[in-house]
Design a protein around this ligand. Sequence first.
Ligand SMILES: [Zn+2]
Length: 326
Amino acid sequence: MSDWRFALVSPPAPGVRAQGFLSFDDPVLTGRDWPYVAIRGAAPGPAVLITAGIHGSEYPAIDAAVRLGALLNPQSMHGQVLVLPLMNPGAFWQRAAYVVPEDGQNLNRVFPGKADGSFSERLAWQLVQKAIRHADAYIDMHGGDMPEALVPFSIYQESGDAAVDAKSDALARAFGSPSLLIQRRRTDSLSGMTIGAAADFGVPGIIAEDGGAGLYDAAIAKTMLAGAENVLRSLGVLADATATFISPDRYAGFLWPRSRHAGFFRPSVCVGDSVAVGDTIGILKDFFDQTTETIIAEASGRILFLVTSPAIAENGLICGIGLPAA
Ligand SMILES: [Zn+2]
């Protein structure tokens, strides 16, 4: 396949890197700069899409994408890679967590988006229609957002097509995160994610998560960069070395404990801990040091992410417990 697949940007000539800022044919999607780097190998090969900054304060992921866009050599590379390191620039510049400031929506809950919807829905729609659905493989890099810590893990969503799922599985094993969560098709908790839209179009894809808590960490960025490079080796885009694959711990889904009431959260666990049914995850206090609520694990598993901010709203998310695959 030699044609340029990603209509989101003008086709670079073979052997050329093009970079700049996206311009959408949608009058609502203005006022921000969305950077892109489009690298077209001199030789044909697969089309790979890499995004980061869907959540604008997940810094190691954004930095890994920036580094990747700069280092890929179009002269020696096979195929085509579109790197979009900052899909939610409003959140980046406002240091906002979870949402797109323009409309307050979580961009990773509105996929596949709508052509005439909200700002976030339109952005998702453009990304799906002009990039995601045309990719041979998709990596969406994330981390814990501003108030979240996590252990590195990857997610893919089942597509209903075993061959596609096997490719997503291989992407995760090549990226190299030690934990892998396999999301069942069309669940309420994670519907609307980038990789769900990809799966619906038969495009193998993973979300790769590392770093968090609003921290920039160059070592984590380099780990994510190495993971992305190894994925590109596994796909034949890079031929500088042989791809390696790991055997991650596997999880069959998430349990997301939430608070009943608002309160000041004192955790009893650390991110990465294993918990059993009935274990205390933490307590909520009022401002007179009275315990108002105890958060209990309702399933056994591992704390893959944990909210680090004590400020927990009513029905506030506390953590994500990865439920081990049978
Ligand atoms: Zn994220």
